[in-house]
Design a protein around this ligand. Sequence first.
Ligand SMILES: NC(=O)C1=CN([C@@H]2O[C@H](COP(=O)(O)OP(=O)(O)OC[C@H]3O[C@@H](n4cnc5c(N)ncnc54)[C@H](OP(=O)(O)O)[C@@H]3O)[C@@H](O)[C@H]2O)[C@@H](O)CC1
Ligand SMILES: Nc1ncnc2c1ncn2[C@@H]1O[C@H](COP(=O)(O)OP(=O)(O)O)[C@@H](O)[C@H]1O
Ligand SMILES: [K+]
Length: 488
Amino acid sequence: MAHEILTVAQMYSVDRAAMQAGIPGSLLMERAGMAVAREAIILCGGRPRPVVILCGPGNNGGDGFVAARHLSAAGWRVRVGLLGDRVALRGDAAWAAECWTGCVDVASPDLLSGAGLVIDAMFGAGLNRPLEGQALALVQAMAQPGLPVLAVDVPSGIHGDNGVVLGAAPVADVTVSFFRPKPAHYLYPARGHVGRLVIADIGIPDTVLASIGPTIQTNDPTLWRAQFPRPAVTGHKYQRGHALILGGTVMTGAARLSARAALRLGAGLVTLACEPAAQLVYSLSMPSLIVQPITDAGGFSELLADPRRNAVLLGPGAGTGALLREAVLASLRAGKAGVLDADFFSSFAGALSTLRQAGLNDRWVLTPHEGEFARLFGPLTGSRLDRARHAAAESGAVVLLKGPDTVIAHPDGRVRVNHNAPPDLAIAGSGDVLSGLILALLAQGMDPFDAASTGAWLHGAAGQYCGRGLIAEDLPEAVPAVLKQNNL
Ligand SMILES: NC(=O)C1=CN([C@@H]2O[C@H](COP(=O)(O)OP(=O)(O)OC[C@H]3O[C@@H](n4cnc5c(N)ncnc54)[C@H](OP(=O)(O)O)[C@@H]3O)[C@@H](O)[C@H]2O)[C@@H](O)CC1
Ligand SMILES: Nc1ncnc2c1ncn2[C@@H]1O[C@H](COP(=O)(O)OP(=O)(O)O)[C@@H](O)[C@H]1O
Ligand SMILES: [K+]
């Protein structure tokens, strides 16, 4: 299964490389339009419906003309509406329009009356400004209840790279794109407009990717299955890593959730360090948890001195006092691997250089949600993907930017987009479970970028497994079933 996501610029390079390899652009367009026609037939259960195809002035419109020809040949009643002037069509789009022998109307909202399906072939990769005028009116007209929409490449109005809606965009039932997906197919808000995504093979050989060097991937077990830690037959607990968590005194639920997740995902031992006032809460919560009372950061440093304690989680429920700050700096200086989450971001707001000086590097995973992200990194611009990548480069650490489209970025520029998380995960404590999952994988020696990817995916899978009504406590308990289900 292919995991690459290509930016619009990379897709244009792919196009050029395919043509240099001797595949004419018109052939690519022919196959693209055929794929669109095929998916329209599937969408309508094989029963022809009156279809309106709205074609734009570029090659996206060209795909529409090809689809029109194939649907018409299959016995469908096809009306084509063109946005712009027919004589202004160029290149392959002009060729595709010439091959269409039916009539071509001026694209207008009236055309849609009586339609059983609309194919949106107005703008794809070439969208370069917000929709207005007639294009905007057409998108608004597509929002009729009960009118299915099939989008070609991307719903018109969606920018392929950043997932932003420029003005307006239809909410498609199906989007048919070609060769590889674009970032917008996975990033919100665009993802909410894409519907079912079909990536059609239009005969571009995978070999063209060698010269492109894609850096963005969709997150999936095939990327990290081979690195997933499994207990050795003759292994003992110390070979499965010893995770260390700093627990707070007031919000004790957070660190308990993290600890539970770390234990469930196979960390050999989990120690939770806390002030004596909270010791009983933690001790009584989980018999398998080791609880170590500490009175200050010196006590935490003593725990760090044991090299077997190889992975540290700092932040969930930890409060924003001196203890957390000093524990973070001591852990970085000690050269541990770990996860920095939750209260860590308030404690180190705008203090990236302090963290870097203390030794923040790619053994560490930062797991902010949008608000926490802005606290540490400031108001960065660009897509979530751009911002996570920028933050990873700036911090030197792996950055996992949480959300329905969690983005995981490595400082070397690699990025993965997670896409299996159900909205049921948007609940208190859910992020604490995620950081505990990643901690367990780091403790077991997994590469931090893979650990973050694996943690995000398992978190999404656990959310799906529990379904509606889940609470954060359910997620660690779902881990054994999810591992079994996925043969991990
Ligand atoms: N391998 C591949 O990738 C393959 C790609 N293929 C297809 O090619 C598509 C890309 O084609 P493309 O480059 O011609 O761009 P496209 O999306 O048609 O738009 C450009 C036109 O829109 C105009 N325009 C832009 N924004 C506008 C706005 N807001 N409002 C109004 N006008 C606006 C812009 O006008 P201008 O900026 O010049 O004024 C220009 O005329 C791609 O999405 C896929 O469907 C397949 O055929 C096969 C293989
Ligand atoms: N709409 C959503 N769909 C899917 N996952 C979501 C959605 N909203 C949040 N999440 C996930 O839920 C978790 C919430 O984490 P966070 O905000 O840190 O919660 P908490 O601090 O209460 O633990 C993150 O893993 C995030 O990716
Ligand atoms: K489109």
